[in-house]
Design a protein around this ligand. Structure first.
Ligand code: ADP
Length: 773
């Protein structure tokens, strides 16, 4: 590494020292020259004065004597002095006794001398004699050229300055060499040694320049060496750390790549298992779909022959048979019905599992539905069982929900209660509740042991081992009922004690559609012969006051004599005659279907009406209304008033390809008072319609040539029979079937196999009812 001369320390120091020494030398020289100048200036005056002093006496005598010759000699003598330029002696009268002069010396440096000392100086000496010092004899006048003195002075000054400068120069040269040798050279050596080393490889200490071990340079070298050692140590530590870091990074990279490979493998496995799951899911869905349609088809296939079987059995049972044959056929008929119910339960359960159960939300009369169901099941009640239907007077006239499913719930609970109760009461209570409605079925039957309370809601499980043997059943009813309640967002709960009885309570959130019925008011006092804890007493006590009637319960054995009732209700047919003898008030007999009295006796005991148990509100209200009206008119009952309404001879076109089903349906329709025409397929039906007037069409859906959907579409498209009701007959139990029928233009839907009551209900809704003349 080269450092230029002007930047070297030695040069800088030498030049600074020289500058200072030069300035100091110059100042000293100037002071010396100034002192010399002052001295020289004074010496001019001193010398001339001494010259005047020397010449005073001779000049005084010359003036005194007025000796011009001597005067001339004196002034010439004075002119010998190199400095004197003019000398004159003038007497006291102003006469010049002698005067000499010469021109000033010429020289190119005189300008400096003239500047310092002036060009010339004049001196005068008054001449007198010593004994008459106050008497002036004249004047000795000298004019001096200062250059004679100035020239000497200039030469001396120049010498002084030049020697001073030469001294400074010499001094600075000596200093430069010294500084270079002592400072610059060893420093430059250190710099070269430092700049030549490679800090990564060369760790040898710097050499100390000779002779500098103990001075600042030696200290600098040893401090630098110490720093170099530290730096070297730090570098090697860093290098080690770097090596370790690199190694760690390498390991990390390995780990990351191993993990990445593992993750990729897991991901691939996941994708694979997802694919398999997806496949399994779609297979399961397909299987569920296939099972549902298999079940639907199976139910169609099984129901169609069953329909024929049951229909034919019913027809045969209606004919003349001996007792044994009737019993055998009745058993076959009942078994067939059990088979149909079982089939329906299995189908419903499988619909739950396939997630295909769809619930309707339509307005329906829950009270009437409960009464109908109880009425239908009443035939299952044992002779010692009193089945009562207690509808709360505050129950909404219509609620919103799925009537079919609610009927199923009631029917399952009620048929169980009737099945497991040999004697006592079975009550169906329907009342509004905070959440909607509460359906309560209670019985005084065998009860359910505590440990079976959960089990009985599982499919195919029963409360005890001997149940099936003793009572029959498959164990499906409660499982289905609970699922139905839950599907309707409701709850099914059980309270039961073995040997005491059971109570099932279904809490269903069915919102009110129309407010509770307001019954036409009735007036009078009604007395009933019934036991305190009987269902009939509870029922009458609940309803009659809400219709405006007074009610009085009497013991069954009580006498009617003392009673001022407007109407008497009695549950014992055998007591009717006695009652009629005692009182002439209208009578109402409430008994089982089988216990109705013959019509001849009924006319004899008139006014009298008979109602079947369980009592339904509408039937009771109508009967009471009629009987009380007769009482008011005190007229004998008109025959027409008591006549039940009957169906007009309706013309029904039955479109059905299966000959057995044709026969069954035709027989049922005929029994319901209809005139029946039969067509084997849709095309034939349209042909018949074009020729004959028809009130209602029962249309099978699946038929050869033209199926029911197509035939209905054509009937609707033609526009010729806009008001003609077309009712679908189908064994396909899937929920979308109803929509398909509606889309084709059919008005209603009847699932096969159907019972006579189903058909009658359907005709009631689609054909007008009139009373026979
Ligand atoms: P099933 O009656 O066809 O056997 P369910 O699921 O309807 O099937 O009933 C399951 C079981 O619960 C019955 O077998 C019976 O043991 C018991 N059970 C149900 N209801 C009653 C009841 N009201 N009284 C006594 N036991 C009952």
């Amino acid at each position: 590494m080269d450092i230029s001369l002007t930047h070297r320390l030695s040069f800088k120091q030498a030049s600074l020292t020289v500058l200072v020494a030069f300035i100091l030398g110059t100042l000293l020289s100037l002071i010396q020259v100034s002192l010399d100048y002052a001295n020289e200036d004074a010496s001019i005056d001193r010398e001339i004065h001494s010259l005047l002093e020397i010449s005073h006496n001779p000049a005084a005598r010359i003036s005194y004597n007025i000796d011009a010759e001597l005067a001339q000699e004196l002034v010439l003598g004075l002119l010998q002095s190199p400095a004197v330029m003019r000398a004159e002696i003038i007497d006291n009268s102003g006469l010049v006794l002698a005067s000499v002069g010469r021109p000033p010396a010429r020289n190119r440096y005189r300008i400096f001398s003239d500047f310092l000392f002036g060009e010339r100086r004049q001196f005068e000496d008054q001449l007198f004699v010593s004994h008459a010092p106050n008497e002036s004899l004249g004047v000795l006048r000298l004019e001096v050229d200062t250059f004679a003195f100035g020239n000497d002075f200039l030469r001396r000054a120049l010498l002084t300055l030049v020697t001073g400068f030469a001294r400074s120069l010499l001094l600075s040269l000596i200093l430069l060499v010294l500084f270079y040798a002592m400072l610059t050279k060893p420093l430059v050596g250190i710099i070269h040694a430092l700049s030549d080393r490679d800090p990564r490889r060369d760790f040898a200490p710097l050499p100390c320049p000779a002779g500098h071990d103990l001075d600042e340079i030696g200290t600098l070298v040893s401090v630098t060496n110490q720093q170099l050692i530290n730096t070297h140590r730090e570098i090697s530590q860093r290098r080690e750390a770097e090596d370790r870091l690199t190694q760690y990074l390498g390991e990390l990279e390995n780990i990351v790549s191993a993990r990445t490979a593992e993750l990729k493998a897991t991901n691939a496995r996941l994708i694979q298992s997802n694919r398999e799951l997806e496949q399994a899911r779609s297979t399961a869905l397909e299987m569920a779909q296939a099972r549902a349609s298999f079940l639907a088809n199976m139910s169609h296939e099984i129901r169609t022959p069953l329909n024929g079987l049951l229909g034919m059995l019913e027809l045969t049972l209606d004919g003349s048979l001996d007792a044994e044959q009737r019993q055998q056929l009745a058993i076959a008929h009942d078994s067939g019905k059990v088979l149909v119910d079982l089939l329906n339960d299995i189908l419903d359960l499988s619909k739950f599992e396939a997630g295909q159960l769809e619930l309707e939300s339509i307005p329906f009369d829950l009270g009437a539905l409960a009464e109908d169901t109880a009425n239908l099941l009443s035939q299952n009640a044992g002779p010692k069982v009193e089945l009562t239907c207690l509808i709360d007077p505050n129950l909404p006239a219509q609620v919103l929900g799925d009537p079919t499913r609610v009927r199923q719930v009631i029917s399952n609970l009620l048929s169980n209660a009737l099945k497991f109760t040999r004697a006592g009461r079975v009550d169906l209570r329907v009342a509004p509740s905070a959440k909607g409605v509460r359906i309560l079925v209670s019985d005084t039957g065998i009860g359910i042991p505590e440990d079976a309370h959960q089990r009985i809601f599982q499919p195919f499980l029963q409360a005890g081992a001997g149940i099936t043997r003793q009572f029959g059943g498959t164990g499906l009813g409660l499982a289905l009922t609970r699922r139905l309640c839950e599907a309707m967002q409701g709850q099914l709960q059980l309270e039961s004690r073995e040997g005491v009885g059971s109570q099932f309570s279904a809490e269903l959130p069915l919102p009110q559609h129309t407010p509770p019925l307001s019954w036409p008011p009735l007036h009078g006092l009604v007395a009933a012969f019934c036991a305190t804890g009987s269902g009939l007493a509870e029922q009458l006590q609940s309803w009659l006051p809400s219709w405006g009637l007074q009610f009085q319960r009497l013991d069954e054995s009580a006498s009617a004599d003392a009673i001022e009732a407007d109407l008497l209700i009695c549950a014992n047919p055998e007591r009717l005659r006695a009652l009629r003898r005692e009182r002439q008030v209208p009578l109402l007999l409430v008994s089982a279907y089988g216990a109705f009295i013959p019509s001849a006796l009924a006319s004899e005991l008139a006014p009298l009406e008979q109602l079947a148990r369980p009592l339904a509100r509408h039937a009771l209200h109508r009967a009471l209304q009629r009987l009380l009206r007769q009482l008011a008119a005190t007229a004998e009952p008109s025959h027409a008033e008591l006549q039940q309404p009957t169906r007009q001879q309706a013309r029904v076109l039955l479109v059905e390809d299966n000959p057995v089903n044709q026969m069954v349906a035709k027989a049922m329709l005929s029994k319901l008072g209809c005139e029946v025409a039969v067509a084997a397929h849709g095309g034939e039906a349209i042909g018949y319609l074009e020729q004959h007037p028809v009130d209602l069409v029962l249309m099978d859906c699946n038929m050869p040539v033209m199926d029911g959907y197509e035939a209905t579409r054509r009937i609707r498209q033609s526009g010729r029979w806009p008001d003609l009701p077309v009712i679908a007959l189908t064994a396909n139990a899937l929920p979308d079937e109803r929509e398909r029928c509606q889309a084709a233009g059919m008005n209603d839907y009847l699932a096969k196999p159907f019972r006579r009551e189903d058909l009658a209900n359907l005709l009631d809704s689609w054909l007008p009812l009139t009373s026979e003349p």
